[in-house]
Design a protein around this ligand. Structure first.
Ligand SMILES: [Zn+2]
Ligand SMILES: [Zn+2]
Length: 407
């Protein structure tokens, strides 16, 4: 049994020109697309081998960056040789692949064989496998069944058509945990992967408190009164610079240990989306019962303020025993139903418990899709979100189950 992930050529271009922040072609975000593919492969497909139809880049740095993505994934990979170099052959279980600059032959001992070519020249043998950086960004998965049969599946990095999805949780360079997000690049990524729009939701904590203050837990301990900076205007200007309705400026709002929101009322009023998040529990909550009361108390204090969405409802309990966390799923689903607030599906760290999501669905609590993107490859990456709803039998009625922004 073997599983091979196969992509066409990967072409990368450095962002240059008069407006280097504004990519005009997916090739200018090739590393982010590749990162997205490899993250999905690692999390869901577990291939024994990743094969690409060669790496072509405009600068040695870009080429190096693409090879680094492949190496960092720690997945075994094979890159097609450049023109003039000898073919490369590799065997995985009963599958043998022979790759050269023109294409690839895949065959097994039972006589199954297929040929794909990287280029688009007519008259050559085999099907064309388009470059990965060409919408809808397709790749193939070949899986052997151990009895001579091969199952072939095509997937794509772009969202399926017709779902009308917005990504309602994205960060900007103002987040201390941001990796490579800039607003123009994230918006370009969002459009290419098929989002209908996106909302930036910067941490209120990072807009109103320095990095040091956050590390010292000042915002939670002392609340908004201890603010030592104000980046709210600069942040909303950054989001507005996009000049159309595709991107909006919302907030991911924290709550201090006294149960007060860490955001001034005037800033809250202007926010296009209110994402409530509990990121910290009081240090004095030592026993499990104290933690439970603190968690439910802060969650409800948030919901009383009528946010649109409760972000990653249980992330603050990461590391606690699941059997214990599971006792909180039902109370939180009931609180969400009572206050009419949506629950976010967020896979940035871990995954939402399917049982909790079912409880929400049973109670009519709406769900929202958040990429929680800290790096560009995560923008609008809803593969896991859709897979979860599919598993719960809810993916065919998105209009009924999803919380949608009123625009
Ligand atoms: Zn968060
Ligand atoms: Zn976030």
């Amino acid at each position: 049994m073997a599983k091979i992930l196969l992509t066409g050529m990967i072409a990368g271009q450095q962002l240059t020109g008069e407006r280097p922040e504004y990519p005009t072609h997916p090739e200018q975000l090739a590393d982010s697309f590749l990162h997205r593919l490899l993250r999905r492969a690692k999390r869901f497909h577990h291939p024994d081998l990743v094969i690409t139809g060669g790496i072509v880049a405009d600068t040695p740095e870009t080429e190096q960056c693409l090879y680094k993505e492949l190496a960092d994934s720690q997945l075994p990979f094979l890159v097609a040789p450049k023109s003039g170099e000898p073919p490369r052959e590799q065997t995985v279980a009963d599958i043998t692949v022979t790759v050269d600059a023109v294409g690839i032959r895949v065959q097994n001992a039972a006589g199954w064989n297929r040929i794909w070519r990287w280029g688009t020249d007519r008259g050559k043998t085999g099907e064309n496998l388009p470059p990965l950086m060409q919408a809808p960004f397709i790749f193939l998965l070949l899986e052997t069944d151990g009895a001579g049969g091969v199952v072939l599946r095509q997937e794509q990095l772009r969202l399926p058509e017709g779902l009308h999805l917005r990504d309602l949780h994205n960060h900007t360079p103002y987040a201390y945990c941001c990796e490579n997000m800039t607003v123009p690049r994230a918006v370009a990524m969002g459009r290419w992967v098929g989002l209908e729009g996106m909302t930036f939701t910067e941490h209120t904590l990072h807009l109103f408190f320095s990095r040091t203050a956050c590390l010292e837990k000042v915002p939670w301990r002392r609340g908004l009164a201890a603010t030592d900076q104000n980046l709210a205007e600069a942040y909303s200007r950054l989001c507005r610079e996009q000049g159309d309705d595709f991107a909006r400026a919302g907030l991911e709002i924290d709550i201090d240990w006294q149960g007060k929101l860490v955001v001034p009322e005037t800033v809250l009023e202007r926010s296009a989306l209110r994402l409530a998040a509990v990121h910290s529990l009081p240090e004095q909550a030592g026993t499990m019962e104290e933690k439970r009361l603190a968690f439910l108390g802060l969650t409800e204090a948030h919901l009383r303020q009528k946010p649109d969405i409760l972000a990653h409802p249980f992330r603050v309990l990461r590391g606690e025993p699941e059997a214990w966390t599971a006792t909180l799923w039902q109370p939180v689903a009931e609180l969400l139903a009572r206050y009419g607030v949506a629950a976010e599906l967020n896979f940035h760290h871990g995954a939402p418990p399917p049982e909790f999501v079912s409880m929400c669905l049973e109670r009519g609590v709406r769900l929202s899709f958040g990429g929680d993107s800290h790096e560009l490859g995560m923008v609008g990456d809803f593969y896991a979100h859709l897979a979860l709803l599919n598993r719960l039998g809810a993916s065919s009625r998105l209009d009924e189950v999803l919380w949608r922004e009123r625009i």
